[in-house]
Design a protein around this ligand. Structure first.
Ligand SMILES: C[C@@](CO)(OP(=O)(O)O)[C@H](O)COP(=O)(O)OP(=O)(O)OC[C@H]1O[C@@H](n2ccc(N)nc2=O)[C@H](O)[C@@H]1O
Length: 374
């Protein structure tokens, strides 16, 4: 049984990355970055446990990829680390930032080889530039650029993090609390992805797969006599409405299921339960906006969508263009990539008996190709 646990911190907001996609969801082939890093480190060493720290929204999607121990992060890196340490039951712990994607096997083994020789094993890089601190030029031989992963004695680290002061790395907390650290030479390839430009400095990452990811949706709603009918994001002139918890826009619900399906994110009822009071009467365009935000945040782009409304009534011909316009605006794609069509069922079945409307939808996604930027 290994005496070493791996903690990967991936709860950052990616605010400095300033793109729709959160950096932990950049793809390498089909693997999101967080999973690429965890899988790469797992292949290099037999850890007792691998703990991934992220937001609850990310964790619910991360579980699609692997069965690691997932821990919800805190407001700061230190708080996230304290949350993760609760799950550690080994003498030693290796902590790394998910944004350091290209940690080589040699680098990892050099750190692990030092296990036990100090309270904290800390990789660093030398500085070659002239360093001016305030107005004073300081001796750069004394300056170290500290990296992760850092290997700590678990109990020493837990004690060090109980101080009030916030630290940006484990070794600083440990030394501040009277512990010892030993520096070892790091490596440039363990560069941390912070800004978009950093993507050009990460040699080990191959481009995302360019496969098309296809999903489909189907939804049905019965008519009611509310006279408040919304369909495809557009108000329909009708004495009828749709029986529903939300505004009943069955076309947008079907489109949402197609988008979630293509992304592997389950279905609309999982994301917006129809017994949740906060969705009572909600405008389904708002539900679609939340899904689109999640789609872009998690590293997808929308290629095209196609919607088929199966209904004896209302006739939707005159509304199609308005539907395509509002849907393309919400999806942030050209209107030419949004198709809306309609069909009757030749008076067959519940649709033919004018009891309600059914809608089929297809959506095609791709991974955001970060290799084409910067
Ligand atoms: C939009 C919302 C929110 O207001 O309600 P409506 O306005 O349509 O009523 C819901 O998201 C609309 O969810 P939708 O998925 O269409 O509702 P349902 O068909 O009742 O399914 C609800 C949930 O039950 C699950 N489900 C459904 C059918 C089934 N045989 N087994 C299941 O486990 C589905 O995975 C779904 O997550």
């Amino acid at each position: 049984m290994s005496d070493l646990t791996l903690i990967l911190l991936s709860a950052g907001s990616s605010s400095r990355f300033s793109m729709d996609v959160k950096k932990q969801w950049l793809r390498i082939d089909h693997k999101p970055l967080w999973y690429f890093v965890a899988h790469r480190l797992q292949s290099s060493n037999n850890f007792s446990k691998i703990i991934i720290v992220s937001s609850s929204e990310d964790i619910s999607f991360m579980k699609n990829y692997a069965e690691y121990t997932f821990v919800t992060g805190g407001k700061t890196r230190q708080e996230s680390l304290k949350n993760a340490l609760v799950e550690v039951d080994t003498e030693f712990v290796l902590v790394s930032d998910i944004a350091r994607a290209c940690i080589s096997d040699d680098f990892l083994q050099r750190i692990i080889a030092k296990k036990g020789s100090s309270d904290s094993i800390v990789p660093y890089l030398k500085v070659t530039d002239t360093i001016v601190y305030g107005d004073e030029t300081i001796d750069r031989e004394q300056v170290k650029r500290v990296q992760t992963p850092q290997l700590s004695r678990t109990k020493v680290l837990q004690s060090a993090l109980n101080q009030d002061e916030e630290f940006t790395d484990e070794s600083s907390a440990i030394v501040s609390n009277g512990g010892k650290r030993e520096f070892i030479l790091g490596e440039e390839s363990a560069h941390k992805i912070t800004y978009i430009e950093d993507l050009n400095k990460i040699p080990c990452l191959e481009a995302p797969s360019q496969d098309i990811l296809s999903g489909n949706g189907f939804d049905v709603h019965a008519f009611d006599d509310s006279g408040d009918m919304w369909l495809g994001g557009v108000k329909i002139d009708s004495e009828l409405g749709f029986k529903a918890h939300s505004d009943g826009d069955v076309a947008l619900h079907s489109l949402i299921d197609a988008l979630l399906g293509a992304a592997g994110m389950g279905d609309i009822g999982m994301m917006f339960p129809d017994n949740d009071e906060s969705y009572k009467g909600i405008d389904s365009k708002e539900l679609l906006r939340r899904v689109v935000t999640k789609i872009y945040n998690f590293g997808f782009i929308i290629v095209n969508v196609d919607i088929t409304i199966a209904a004896q009534k209302p006739r939707v011909g005159t509304y199609k263009q308005a539907m395509r316009k509002i849907i393309s605006e919400i999806l942030k794609i050209e209107m030419s990539r949004v198709n809306v069509k309609a069909t009757t069922t030749e008076k067959l079945g519940f649709i033919g008996r004018e009891e309600g409307v059914g809608v089929y939808a297809n959506a095609n996604l791709k991974y955001f190709n970060w290799k084409t930027i910067g």
